[in-house]
Design a protein around this ligand. Structure first.
Ligand code: FAQ
Length: 328
């Protein structure tokens, strides 16, 4: 955890702020405190740049890897309209990665370096996309509840201090709100359908609940980056606050559909806060560090895409027309 040593910037900066110009640091923090946007050419502490690259890059990776579990359902979605809608959603998610990589590039890391860090397993991406979508109901739960969680996070952080990230998030949230409606409509159809459909959607919810609880990040007690990110208004709510907001907005909707949330300790207290079983943080750590059920498969798909797309990138980067598709 970052200690309180960093709160008073008039004192000699230490640790992560070692070597920063105290005057510039103070001006930067005053701008952030006033709610001004920091733009790419503005002065910023090295740690601010580093943290933003880490977070935006991981977010971008989550969008392209996130396209994979749902993508496998495009050809199997029930009916032409759902196939079309799912195809559009998956395309949007990949577009979100483009926006996010562009925002991260403004901080000095190239797209090639980011993709390389993803496919070599150096960079993280969201835990949730390391689980399989066994049935159509899994794809529906992703589109409803994972998108819901993503919107809670992104609506808050869109008001954050870094201009390019905030603007990318504004656009992303608009598109995500359509995904949420699409996901909700699908879940309502299943939950109000035949007994078999209800059983299928309940099983999917039961499978996805623990990863969804992990999605907002480790509890505030053990989160390593929250303190500095909140101080610099990169994160506008803590992980636990976002988890609470999600529970407050979506548990009643889940219950309204007659579905059961698989947590015997889940209840709303008089103070408006929800009690829940502490998520298994050991499982979370294992999954985000490469040990989840689908990590290897997800990265293998991205590596294959990188390999197969190389000739296209080469062709675009040269005026020489000799490049032809390897399979032409
Ligand atoms: N998964 O100190 P904290 C989407 C890592 S977009 C994996 O609390 P922080 C759209 C964290 O990186 C979903 N790793 O970290 C969609 C750090 O590791 P490091 C993605 C996680 O940054 C929908 C360590 O744990 N959204 O779903 C996760 O302050 C449907 C310590 O954690 C974003 O990326 C996790 N869930 O807070 C697409 C939003 N949580 O780097 C397709 C932007 C934590 O030290 C279909 N990111 N870690 O090695 C954020 O808001 C923050 O980064 C948090 C984590 C809140 C995710």
């Amino acid at each position: 955890m970052y200690g309180n040593a960093y709160i008073d910037t008039t004192e000699k900066p230490a640790g992560i702020l070692e070597g920063e110009d105290p005057q510039r640091l103070q001006e930067f923090e005053a701008r952030v405190a006033r709610g001004e946007k920091i733009e790419p050419k503005d002065w910023m502490p090295r740690e601010y740049r580093k943290q933003l690259i880490r977070m935006i890059e991981q977010h971008g990776h989550s969008e392209i890897i996130g396209a994979l579990p749902e993508g496998t359902w495009i050809t199997r979605a029930p009916g032409f309209k759902r196939k079309l809608a799912l195809m559009a959603k998956v395309q949007d998610e990949v577009g979100h990665a483009q926006l996010l990589y562009s925002a991260a590039e403004t901080l000095g890391k190239t797209r090639e370096a980011m993709i390389n860090d993803l496919i070599t397993g150096k960079s993280k991406y969201s835990n949730v996309f390391n689980y399989p979508a066994y049935t159509w109901a899994d794809a529906c739960i992703i589109a409803w509840l994972i998108d819901a969680g993503a919107i809670i996070n992104q609506v808050a952080n869109a008001k954050g201090s870094y201009g390019p990230y905030g603007r990318a998030l504004d656009r992303i949230c608009t598109e995500e709100s359509f995904h949420l409606k699409y996901g909700h409509d699908n879940v309502v159809t299943l939950a109000t359908g035949t007994p078999k459909q209800r059983e299928m959607v309940q099983a999917a919810l039961t499978r996805w609940w623990p990863p969804i609880m992990h999605f907002f990040g480790p509890s505030d007690k053990i989160s390593s980056h929250t303190e500095i990110l909140m101080r610099w208004k990169v994160k506008m709510a803590t992980n636990d606050d976002m988890r609470q907001q999600f529970l407050n907005m979506y548990v009643p909707k889940i219950w309204d559909l007659g579905l059961n949330v698989p947590d015997v300790n889940l209840k709303k207290n008089e103070d408006g806060k929800w009690d829940y079983t502490e998520p298994d943080w050991e499982e979370f750590k294992r999954v985000i560090n490469g040990g989840g059920p689908c990590n290897a498969e997800r990265l293998a798909v991205r590596r294959m895409a990188e390999e197969r797309g190389r000739w296209v990138r080469n062709a675009l980067n040269t005026s020489d027309a000799k490049y032809v598709a390897p399979f032409a």
